[in-house]
Design a protein around this ligand. Structure first.
Ligand SMILES: C[S@@+](CC[C@H](N)C(=O)[O-])C[C@H]1O[C@@H](n2cnc3c(N)ncnc32)[C@H](O)[C@@H]1O
Length: 299
């Protein structure tokens, strides 16, 4: 490709990438209630209109705006890191609190699907999560976005959240305190592959796209022991999907996050090898870049 062709490639795609940032600004104004500077607001309207999204936020309220904004903050914030050698790292080692919080806000959105779609699909899980003494193991608790959202949806649920990344755990402690959930959410600095809990949880969440491939078999064995007999482990994977460019985006992100690219078939094998039974891949909505696979500790 000539230098001129590279310039043309950049200008062909620039409107879309700046358009997402402009949409992020409009979503932030909606979510935070802090209005945009009128001069910037007019330019953002121009750009979104030119991209066919002039009325994009007409039906979006502040609560709807937050998860959309969080997703843009994580993706655009991570993408910007590709531009410098010192920030182009592999693994979840972000120092920026805003980026860590945005990942937590995104994963908080998963609590709804976990409660209303996943739990009813796995035998006995909804009953277990609703009972006094119910317990959830959140591997990779991050800033506790998912842990807090799930504790709010399941009033009997106690959560143990483990992570290795101190900057996330520091923020998680503040978030749990602010949410008034200190007595129900325990946070530990611990590696998943070193878990020692035995028959303590009804559900364990394992986010494989953020975990290095070498630790996954040991993590799943420890998770099987940590789950109560008849309880479940739920694995999250990235799913590249049919569109070649979007599939390449998903593969790039997974590699940047430090995780392996595994199919649902691979994940099913890993769960069976770790001693889980009733292993099942769960349906996710069309266009979703996440796949879910569950396995049960034999009773
Ligand atoms: C993006 S985060 C999940 C976000 C989280 N649900 C929240 O609400 O903030 C994935 C987490 O997995 C953690 N992680 C990766 N490998 C791990 C391991 N071996 N043991 C424990 N945590 C791990 C990372 O440090 C990261 O915080």
């Amino acid at each position: 490709m000539s230098v001129q062709s590279v310039r043309e490639f950049i200008s062909r795609h620039l409107a879309a990438s700046t358009g997402l940032a402009a949409l992020g600004a409009a979503l932030d104004a909606r979510a935070s209630g802090v209005p945009l500077d009128p001069a910037i607001a007019a330019r953002i309207d121009d750009l979104l209109t030119a991209l066919g999204a002039g009325n994009a936020l007409d039906e979006v309220n502040a609560a709807d705006a937050l998860p959309l904004l969080a997703e843009l903050r994580v993706t655009l914030g991570s993408d910007a890191k590709l531009l410098y050698p010192q920030t182009r790292s592999i693994g979840w080692t972000h120092p920026e609190p805003e980026l860590l919080q945005a990942a937590g806000d995104t994963s908080a959105g998963f609590a709804h699907g976990l409660t209303h779609v996943v739990a009813p699909a796995l035998d006995g899980l909804a009953e277990r999560l609703g009972k006094p003494g119910a317990a959830f193991l959140d591997i990779g608790v991050g800033v506790a976005g998912l842990a807090i959202a799930l504790a709010r949806l399941w009033p009997e649920l106690r959560v143990v959240g483990i992570d290795t990344w101190q900057p996330s755990l520091v923020r998680a402690r503040t978030n749990v305190e602010r949410a008034g959930l200190r007595t129900r959410i325990e946070l530990r600095e611990q590696r998943a592959e070193s878990l020692e809990d035995d028959a303590a949880f009804d559900l364990a969440w394992v986010p494989l796209p953020f975990m290095s491939e070498q630790v996954i078999p040991a993590t799943l064995q420890r998770a099987r022991r940590a789950v109560r007999p008849g309880g479940w482990a739920l694995i999250g994977l990235t799913k590249p999907g049919p569109d070649p460019a979007m599939a390449a985006v998903v593969r790039l992100r997974t590699t940047m996050w430090g995780g392996p690219l595994l199919s649902t078939g691979n994940a099913e094998h890993l769960l069976r090898d770790a001693g889980f039974t009733e292993v099942v891949s769960l349906p996710t909505p069309p266009g979703s870049i996440v796949a879910l696979v569950a396995g049960r500790r034999p009773a």
